[in-house]
Unconditional design. Structure first.
Length: 353
């Protein structure tokens, strides 16, 4: 298993800095004229990054395309400094959307395991078209921030990361290096929730599947391992794109109104079952990396996240039909052939209900 020791990866045009304490490198990496997009949580997490910004813009809750359109309409501060996101997936995707619309470069300091900082996947501001998605040019992934969520929210975010890892090896765009990264992300995620750190192999199989103490209290996961897993699985999904699982979770967010992390957590055990039927050999490798059936890990993450059932996420049962209708029209289903039809999608939502 790879080490969670700090590193810098110069990946083409982008600089990727990972490791506990990496936030201290922000001044040198971001420059002194950046525009910061963040939230109250982000302000609290990295006050020095806030104070070092030339301008600070608050990102409200809501849909990325609408938020980005509002910020564009209000007028972005002039200049060519980075548009830096300090926050989770919504904040990072907003910065990427604005960068795509304006031609500026983006930077990202994640405070969740969304891995949005690793991908070119994002919506564009409402009313903007004809431009390509962008990846942040500078990424600072410090586990003290990216894996800082409370336990239940962290488990939901880890399920999102795991969804990236299990889908990247099976899409029609899969290739060896992103698959290797995804398999390592599965190993790290599984190890993070054992009774010991991800680098501790002394526990053997007896400890491999434990996620709580004998008294029932949750074991504190190895947060550095989860942060690196998200980094690697994000790299994998950016290269290989996504299919059935992400279509189901994204639609449950946009149509059903579920939160992003819990939506991934609640559907993942069921979408893994559907993907396993399509790609049994690939899932044998994923199971081997996990040390058990990877859907069993997914189910435990969903339970830990409080997202074992869709009904627990505030989604009405009537929304399932609408979700299936919307998901059936998504072209990304072609990436995990055969493309799921409406009946299969509805069956997945009902199984998760």
């Amino acid at each position: 298993m790879v080490s969670t020791a700090p590193f810098t990866w110069q990946d083409g045009e982008r600089t990727l800095r990972f490791g506990r304490g990496a936030i201290a490198d922000a001044p040198a990496l971001l420059g002194d004229d950046y525009v910061l997009l963040t939230t109250d949580r982000g302000r609290d997490a990295a006050p020095a990054v806030v104070s070092g910004a030339a301008h600070v813009l608050d990102v409200r809750p809501g849909l990325v395309d609408e938020i980005a359109a509002e910020l564009l309409a209000d007028g972005l501060p002039e200049g060519d400094g980075l548009l830096v996101a300090l926050g989770g997936g919504r904040v990072i995707d907003t910065a990427k959307a604005l960068a795509a619309a304006t031609g500026r470069h983006a930077g990202a300091i994640p405070t969740t395991l969304s891995a949005a900082e690793m991908t070119k996947v994002h919506r564009l501001p409402a009313g903007v078209s004809g431009v390509s998605g962008v990846r942040p040019r500078v990424v600072i992934n410090d586990p003290a921030l990216s894996a800082s969520q409370p336990d239940a929210e962290l488990a939901a975010s880890a399920a999102n990361s795991l969804a990236h890892a299990v889908e990247a090896p099976v899409t029609t765009l899969a290739s060896p290096v992103p698959t290797l990264a995804a398999l390592e992300a599965v190993r790290l995620t599984a190890a993070a929730y054992r009774t010991g750190s991800a680098d501790d192999s002394s526990g053997g199989d007896q400890a491999a599947h434990l996620s709580s103490t004998p008294g029932g209290a949750p074991v504190e996961p190895d947060r550095d391992a989860l942060a690196l897993a998200a980094f690697l699985s994000g790299y994998g999904i950016d290269a290989a794109w996504y299919g059935l699982s992400h279509v189901c979770s994204q639609t449950l967010v946009r149509v059903g109104g579920a939160a992003h992390g819990p939506a991934n957590a609640v559907v993942l055990p069921h979408t893994i079952a559907a993907l396993r039927r399509r790609f049994p050999d690939a899932f044998a490798g994923l199971d081997d990396a996990c040390g058990e059936a990877v859907d069993a890990l997914a189910a435990r993450l969903a339970a830990r996240a409080g997202a074992a059932r869709i009904r627990d996420l505030g989604v009405d049962e009537e929304a399932l039909e609408k979700c299936a209708d919307a998901a059936a029209g998504r072209a990304e289903l072609q990436h995990t052939p055969p493309a799921a039809d409406r009946d299969e999608l509805l069956a997945i939502y009902r199984a998760a209900w």
